[in-house]
Design a protein around this ligand. Structure first.
Ligand code: ZN
Length: 497
């Protein structure tokens, strides 16, 4: 068998293991009975081990080595060899004994975090977090980096991104959006968000979410919609990309916008060719690019006036109390800005501030300039500086996210980058489709979906973010697109000049 065929078979086998693991994970969150957890954990651990062994095998190392200079590979194959080659190097860099040690520490840290959050007592989590930070620093050393140890961790979520680049992206963003928020709140006319609150039957909300997903091009013949406490999207196979969602009985926006968000992730995965799945690169260009697809469908589309022109009559079919609501009122109600403590509930204007403060803190933890003991104080100071509100306790402050208990340092910036990528991609999309607003208002999403398929989805993880952005928009990421988008949209909503 030639090396290319052997490589393809190796990756296809790994893809089948990954598919089984994804299905087990989906079932665990969406349907598994509580008592099924113990045996399920054993099955999952066994399959994960088999998948991992194939991902670090000497055979795979040899194939990657032989194929990296093979000029006869297809674009997808060459992309796979680049991405899998990088991952292989990272996986091999960590001593196997350390991986097992971290897995045990992580499960303890997660339990301690959950208890600490429950009790709103950071001291219960502190020794575990110190351990996880120490592991993070050791991992960074094993991964290697040029300038900042945090770069070694960022690479795992946002290939090519560095601390210095993030500072360059954040500086102008902060300089413009922090005063803009203040101006909106001081001088603006806040929209009334109460239009979307009330009592809404969850079964009807689920049908509405189904209808919204269909509208934006999610293919239910290659997917499913199920209920979970924390929504996510998962790729089980090339034609099996499942969305999960949750609904608040008293707030319509929660379930609707979460469905659109997950729908954005899902149409990205549904738009990837089967070959990319079999070549082990079904995950998208990066976490940030994946998030750009979900944020675009949720915000640039779902929270837009054209969308509400289309969707108001549909909403009224499901909830007749909206028969007389105007699209403009629904649009304004969807864009209420409210500085809040919790990242996952943040609006478009304040969301990035939550990320900036996490990035500053975790980069400081990893380079040793910040001590874990000082985190609660530094967290509260940063909240005051950026968002203008201070948590009354650690449960709604420094303990709110699960990421650090998992040792997932370097993950947070992807959320912010997703917003920025989305704005820049959307500007290019608009230039290519000048009638996009009219299309959306008339319920025609084929132009939008076609553009995303052609320029983003079909490439999956073949290109890293900077190359993808340059190919599609003509330049690397530049936060001015997001700043302009936010200022234009919210100046209009809040009627400020
Ligand atoms: Zn997302």
């Amino acid at each position: 068998m030639d090396t290319r065929t052997a490589y393809r078979e190796h990756l296809a086998e790994m893809a089948r293991f990954a598919s089984a693991l994804a299905l087990l994970g989906w079932d665990q969150h969406a349907h598994m009975p509580k008592k099924g957890g113990v045996f399920r954990a054993q099955v999952t651990a066994m399959l994960a081990q088999m998948h991992f062994e194939r991902g670090v095998s000497d055979d795979l190392g040899r194939y990657l080595d032989e194929l990296k200079s093979d000029t006869s590979l297809s674009e997808a194959e060459a992309g796979s060899v680049r991405r899998i080659g990088k991952e292989y190097k990272r996986e091999k860099a960590i001593p196997p004994a350390l991986i097992a040690e971290v897995a045990a520490a992580r499960s303890e840290a997660q339990q301690a975090w959950a208890q600490a959050r429950q009790a709103s007592d950071f001291s219960m989590f502190k020794p575990h977090l110190e351990k996880m930070v120490d592991y993070g620093r050791r991992f960074a050393d094993y991964y290697t980096y040029d300038e900042h140890p945090y770069d070694g961790l960022l690479e795992g979520f946002e290939p090519g991104m560095t601390v210095n680049q993030l500072h360059e992206i954040i500086e102008p963003l902060r300089a413009q959006t922090v005063p803009f928020l203040k101006k909106l709140l001081d001088e603006g006319e806040a929209p009334d968000p109460s239009l979307l609150t009330g009592t809404f039957d969850v079964d009807v909300q689920r049908k509405l979410a189904h209808r919204a997903l269909e509208a934006v091009g999610y293919d239910f013949d290659a997917g499913a919609l199920d209920d979970v406490p924390h929504p996510f999207t998962t790729s089980i196979g090339p034609d099996d990309v499942r969305v999960t969602n949750r609904y608040a009985p008293d707030y319509l926006g929660s379930g609707l916008f979460a469905a659109l968000h997950e729908g954005g992730h899902a149409i990205y995965n549904q738009g990837m060719p089967t070959d990319l799945f079999l070549l082990g690169i079904p995950g998208g260009s990066s976490n940030g690019i994946h998030e750009s697809q979900s944020r675009m469908i949720e915000n640039q589309i779902g929270r837009s006036l054209p969308f509400w022109r289309f969707f108001q009559p549909i909403l009224a079919e499901y909830f007749p109390q909206f028969s007389d609501a105007s699209p403009d009122d629904l649009y304004r109600a969807s864009n209420h800005v409210s500085p809040s403590l919790i990242r996952v509930e943040a609006d478009e204007v304040t969301y990035n501030f939550h990320i900036m403060l996490r990035f500053e803190l975790e980069a400081g933890l990893i380079d040793g300039s910040i001590r874990v003991a000082d985190l609660p104080r530094l967290w509260n100071e940063a909240m005051e500086r950026y968002v203008g509100v201070v948590p009354e306790n650690d449960a709604v402050g420094v303990l709110q996210d699960v990421h650090w208990s998992m040792g997932a340092f370097g993950y947070f910036p992807s959320y912010m980058l997703g917003n920025l990528y989305a704005a820049q991609l959307f500007d290019t999309l608009r230039q290519g489709r000048p009638n996009l607003d009219e299309e959306i208002a008339s319920g025609d999403f084929t132009g939008l979906l076609g553009w995303l398929r052609e320029h983003v989805h079909q490439y999956g993880a073949i290109y890293e973010p900077t190359e993808l952005m340059t190919r599609v928009t003509g330049k690397p990421l530049d936060s001015s697109h997001f700043v302009n988008y936010i200022q234009d949209k919210f100046s209009a909503v809040y009627k400020v000049k």
